[in-house]
Design a protein around this ligand. Structure first.
Ligand SMILES: Cc1cc2nc3c(=O)[nH]c(=O)nc-3n(C[C@H](O)[C@H](O)[C@H](O)COP(=O)(O)OP(=O)(O)OC[C@H]3O[C@@H](n4cnc5c(N)ncnc54)[C@H](O)[C@@H]3O)c2cc1C
Length: 420
């Protein structure tokens, strides 16, 4: 791979000014790029942090200054030319230019596609009514809190992380909440059955009704407002507010039109590279093939956006810095913080440390004797130790986890002492 010069006369261009786009801009500077950096964002705000939008921001009034990651002055001080309200419409790979909504063409030296995703709409009659709320950006959160004030009952469609976080906030706001989930358990795609069971119990204890194996056939509309849902079994659940939390569609349309390989996300390697050496794709809009021919992974998380941005910025400079860390994620619901590292997918042994009844425990997952992941509820220390073990390739055995007297951090310390 050839190193790129630190300034070539053309700027680096980033399409999408979110979590990943900002990190890519800053990482380009850290990697030694001295030329122009242009950060195009179609939203009105500078890059901001989305996780609170389904959590605290639905309980306390949202103060934008607490979620904006860098204001315009901070961006300018790093030589990042931030252009809000500007949508990139097309990529002309032959000319190495992007085309903006007003027809202007902007040449690029390297291009970062960091366009995130949009929320999936409910594919049923009434599902696309503008009164059906789904949360992706700040304006959605403002709209939601305004609607919530006037509502006393809420139906949340989808028991994924965002759906359950919204349900928790509605319950904390003393609303009558029903969650509808097509699968047989909550959080089915993301966690083990044991954690699903725990979260179902947590919500039911707080008065949330959960309908599993239940699909929505129609969003009911009266006086031009959603007023509930009809399920495929004919039951009707009435509510003043209908929320859809049924997942994300990656915004890969720029890449598709430019002839880059996409499959529900722009296909990239572990350095965020596309097949075009001048273009990387990062964050929610990308899908990674860990090895050529291996199944694609699409992670929608802050960590993934940040780490891919670092890898992608380095790749544009001609450096190989793959994102190899174990994936981690968190979710806050009521007073319980879930932290996930690695994966429980395909585990054949699970060991628990802590107090399940009081939502303070960790599940450690093993496959063929190898440690593959850990889910912690209100056990931040376990999460941090598990992360170190996975990131450093250390060995953790089921016997060590089963020995509750053993401080797992001693394994990390012992390995560090050997390495020193
Ligand atoms: C409500 C909510 C709660 C979340 N909670 C958590 C959590 O608890 N933990 C966690 O790890 N992750 C969480 N996430 C996920 C996390 O926020 C995302 O994974 C992360 O923001 C992805 O960063 P990104 O840069 O890929 O996309 P984004 O941050 O979505 O940024 C993409 C930006 O690109 C812009 N854009 C799109 N197309 C164009 C274009 N053509 N031209 C110009 N601009 C364009 C978009 O408007 C957007 O501003 C949450 C997300 C949401 C929505």
């Amino acid at each position: 791979m050839k190193l790129r010069a630190s300034d070539t006369g053309r700027p680096m261009v980033i399409a999408g000014a979110g979590q990943g786009g900002l990190q890519a801009a800053e990482s380009l500077r850290e990697e030694g790029w001295e030329g122009g950096v242009i950060l195009f964002g179609e939203e009105r705000l500078p890059p901001y942090y989305r996780p609170p939008l389904s959590k605290d921001a639905l309980i306390e009034p949202l103060d934008l200054s607490t979620i904006v990651l860098r204001g315009p002055e901070a961006l300018a001080s790093k030589g990042i030319d931030f252009r809000p309200n500007t949508r990139v419409m097309a990529i002309d790979r032959a000319a190495r230019e992007v085309v903006l909504a007003n027809g202007t063409r902007q040449p690029y030296e390297g291009l970062v596609i960091a366009t995130g995703g949009i929320n999936r709409r409910l594919p049923v009659p009434g599902g696309t009514h503008p009164g059906v709320v789904s949360i992706r950006g700040v304006d959605d959160a403002f709209k939601f809190t305004a609607s919530l004030e006037e509502a006393d009952s809420v139906v949340v469609v989808g028991a994924g992380f965002v759906g359950l976080e919204v349900a928790a906030c509605c319950a904390v706001n003393n609303k009558d909440v029903t969650v509808i989930e097509r699968e047989a358990r909550v959080l089915a795609r993301a966690v083990s059955p044991a954690i699903s069971e725990t979260y179902e119990r947590l919500h039911r204890e707080r008065g949330v009704a959960i309908e599993l194996n239940a699909a929505v056939a129609e969003v009911l509309i009266a006086d031009d407002k959603p007023c509930g849902v009809r399920l495929t079994d004919g039951r009707e659940i009435r509510a003043n507010l209908v929320v859809a939390g049924i997942g994300l569609i990656p915004c890969d349309e720029l890449a598709v039109a430019a002839g880059l390989a996409c499959n529900h996300g722009v296909i990239v390697d572990r350095c965020a590279r596309t097949a075009d050496t001048d273009i990387v794709a990062i964050g929610d809009c990308s899908a990674t093939a860990h090895e050529p021919g291996m199944p694609l992974h699409r992670l929608e998380s802050v960590q993934n956006a940040l780490e891919q941005a670092k890898a992608g910025a380095a790749a544009l400079m001609g450096k190989e810095k793959p994102f190899l860390l174990a994936p981690w994620f968190w979710s806050d619901q009521y007073d319980v913080k879930l932290q996930i590292v690695g994966s429980s997918a395909g585990y054949d042994q699970m060991l628990t440390r802590g107090d399940i009844a009081n939502y303070r425990f960790s599940n450690f997952y093993f496959k063929n004797g190898a440690f593959i992941g850990c889910d912690s509820l209100n056990k931040g220390q376990d999460h941090m130790v598990a992360r170190k073990i996975l990131d450093r390739g250390l060995t953790l055995t089921p016997e060590q986890v089963a020995d509750e007297k053993l401080n797992l951090n001693s394994i990390v310390k012992a390995a560090a002492a050997v390495a020193a």
